[in-house]
Write a protein that binds this ligand. Sequence first.
Ligand code: C6P
Length: 408
Amino acid sequence: DLLLDVARVRRDFPILDREVHGKPLVYLDNAATSQTPRQVIEVFDEYYGRYNANIHRGLHTLADEATAAYEGTRDTVRAFLGAAESREIVFTCGTTEAINLVAGSWGRANLGEGDEVLISRLEHHSNIVPWQMLAAEKGFTLKVIPVDERGVLDQAAYRDLISERTRLVAVNHVSNALGTVNPVADMARVAHEHGALILVDGAQGAPHQKVDVQALGVDFYAFSGHKVYGPTGAGVLYGRAELLEAMPPWQGGGEMIATVSFEAPTTFAGIPHKFEAGTPAIAEVIALGRAIQWVEEIGLPLIGAWESRLLEHATRSVSRIDGLRILGTAPEKAGVLSFVVEGAHSQDIGLLIDQLGVAIRTGHHCAQPLLSSFGVDATCRASFAAYNTPEEVDVFVDGLERVVGMLR
Ligand SMILES: Cc1ncc(COP(=O)(O)O)c(CN[C@@H](CS)C(=O)O)c1O
């Protein structure tokens, strides 16, 4: 049965009892950050109250307990992503840092004049700007896969743009601005046929569908804890072991070394610790592990199906508002509804609908090149999660109708 017990799910989220401007909170900004279940919030109390200690080097009980919990998350994430080995899981502070790590380590060591990196028009700035910065430094060429008017990546153009000079394809699994789900398994096959690697920005993929990095055939996969019901400050880079082993360290410091000396070359730790310099966000990583356990107890297939029902209901309901244009009409979408309304500025809609207790996001969603290709510089975006309800969608659409009426 694809009906999620949303009443039971909501009982895990204290924040959903909040009122905003005297109205029940209707939180529909989940693509920006998801809310946090009690089971995750409690981790911080437990950790700082009972076993706070620095990890790895300590030789005492608290340090052992903290290390076990931190490294335990690594295997939880390995299973969550279907990775072959735990050492393929690198903890970062989020998707942005994960992509910068690949650019700064693999990119800086492998890209130069004559090489090409292929990204797409759908990308979030965190999967555009690191490549632009590195291209300026190393002289390789950045190419962009176009999208059509539905917000679907042009796969024919992808096959035309990729060549033997392409060293890396970097694309998102799901567009945060439009909700488009990309066929990353097919794109990975095409990339490998041309001898290129593929990095997938999974910030909006991991929260909405079961990811199996080996089945997808991707070389790197990045996501953020705070979008899968976990805390900010903890994210993940998955990388195939042989790639991570061949990559130079990214940040220098403690943890990532084997021996440091002035007389002989400093030697580095193996993976993944080679990429985890300094004291990490220990509690956040442990909380990320708890968030993934929470998600897996319900199951992403059920969460994804629930969100699709909410998206369908919202898409159908907003179509009664004349002058409303949905951006992102791909046949396969995750729970994101982006739209503009003729005669009403997106920001004004966002501010006014907040007065009704409804939280949506307005603006460019860190996807300025994408929005400009649709002739807009901002949209309104409602995005769904496991705890949203059809009744909340009705509050949102009724409120939208009222607000648009006021603004016209
Ligand atoms: C596809 C995609 N890729 C990367 C990021 C960055 O995630 P960080 O946790 O901030 O590093 C995000 C975060 N998108 C938020 C903030 S702009 C949104 O409102 O859509 C994303 O959606």
